[in-house]
Write a protein that binds this ligand. Structure first.
Ligand code: BTN
Length: 123
């Protein structure tokens, strides 16, 4: 019986790590730059929350800006309008319980630059 329960546990664990789950609420995520993504609620697939930049290589640090975007078992995407800086960044990737890996594009006055962020659970 113990072996059976262990097998069930392992199998459900494997399936949980094998699929993208999307972001859930409430949750807090921190990326490798120290920035924070806070998800306050998910309505259907629509994300609600804030993003706070803490990367010393960028401006508009420490200001929580609202996010707009969506999360699914496939792609998860959100956009932040850094009003004070005149820049808009969109992240796109796949969210799993252990992390959200996303490419981003930052647009400023018709120019664009890009990179990658990995968000780890922070709560
Ligand atoms: C700006 O300086 O234009 C506003 C802040 C931009 C911060 C960028 S968005 C992509 C990357 N990931 C972060 O956590 N911070 C930078």
């Amino acid at each position: 019986m113990k072996r059976f329960l262990l097998a069930i546990g392992l199998l459900s664990g494997f399936s949980a790590t094998g699929m993208a789950d999307g972001l859930t609420a409430p949750s807090l995520w921190k990326n490798q730059r120290g920035s924070e993504l806070r998800i306050t609620s998910v309505t259907g697939s629509q994300l609600h929350g804030t993003f706070t930049n803490f990367d010393p290589n960028f401006q508009c640090r420490g200001i929580p800006y609202p996010i707009s975007g969506y999360t699914t078992g496939g792609p998860t995407q959100f956009t932040v309008n850094f009003v004070k800086c005149g820049t808009v960044t969109t992240w796109s990737g796949s969210a799993q319980p252990f992390g959200y890996s996303a490419g981003w594009v930052l647009r400023y006055k018709g120019r664009a630059e890009g990179g990658y962020d990995f968000f780890s659970p922070a709560n």
